[in-house]
Design a protein around this ligand. Structure first.
Ligand code: FPP
Length: 252
């Protein structure tokens, strides 16, 4: 139920979510950091830094609501095309995030995982992210799944190569190639497909995100830039999701 209170009665809308229909996996494209900074006459990097703070708020709220997987697009295979100062600063921000947040992530029972080709990251960033994964691996709560040097097309190519190798090695035959086998060879192996994909900042495209996995995801867009994305916005997205009719190709 979404209640709107007008005038002096109450300022904010009250969003009542169905706790039995919380999306298990939410994936977010953290867009709009650069424009957020530009709007304020700040360097783009300050937008990314502010966007990093949003992660903590949204992760905590998602966890409280019972979301099991939160996948965040932190750096795409195409983001290397950005000016090298910005790429370098983002790589450093990952290190900062790992060191600043490690203690709280551990305490809050968060498991950190990644998807993407991490081998191409600078060593220092790779070490920091591996440290975070190692430190949180025995937790049992929400999975914070960070997409780093991730591209949906790259992921499909990597999986295809792996399947071809298994085929050439005689471990599988052509008839063994099915959805399950592909799933098991993606970076997201073992994770459910995203139920809900959120993209703030006004853009309405997928940008090479979770191409295979998004086959039946619900999409939610908003004009809010990621640094301003609030816990309430997350609730709005989930509320809308709960009012969609998911049929997975079937009829009602
Ligand atoms: C897209 O906004 C955002 C990125 C490419 C980087 C997102 C990274 C963070 C929020 C922080 C680092 C992440 C971790 C996990 C520590 P944009 O720069 O394309 O925004 P614009 O479209 O307004 O220019």
């Amino acid at each position: 139920m979404l209640n709107f209170f007008k005038g002096n009665e109450k300022k904010e809308e009250e969003i009542i979510l169905d706790s039995n229909n919380i999306p298990k996996h939410i994936a977010i494209i953290m867009d709009g950091n650069g424009r957020w900074a530009k709007d304020r006459g700040l360097a783009r990097m300050l937008g990314h830094r502010e966007g990093m703070k949003t992660i903590k708020r949204i992760l905590n709220r998602a966890s409280d609501l019972g979301v099991k997987y939160l996948t965040l697009y932190a750096f795409s295979t195409e983001n290397w095309k950005r000016p090298k100062e910005e790429v370098g600063a983002l790589m450093k921000l990952i290190i900062e995030f790992a060191h600043k947040e490690c203690k709280d992530l551990k305490k809050n029972n968060v498991i950190v995982k990644t998807i993407g080709d991490l081998d191409k990251l600078p060593n220092t960033s790779l070490e920091a992210i591996n440290m975070l994964k190692e430190e949180t691996k025995n937790n049992t709560g929400i999975v914070l799944n960070i997409a780093l040097n991730y591209g949906g097309r790259d992921e499909i190519i990597v999986a295809t190569k792996e399947i071809c190798k298994q085929l050439l090695d005689g471990k599988i035959s052509i008839d063994n190639i099915n959805e399950e086998l592909v799933n098991n060879n993606l970076y997201t192996a073992g994770m459910p497909d995203p139920d809900l994909i959120i993209r703030p900042s006004g853009e309405q495209r997928l940008s090479n995100y979770l191409l295979w996995q998004s086959a039946y995801s619900e999409f939610w867009y908003s004009n809010i830039k990621w640094p301003d994305f609030s816990e309430k916005d997350l609730e709005r997205a989930i509320y809308d999701y709960q009012n969609r009719d998911r049929r997975f190709g079937d009829i009602k």
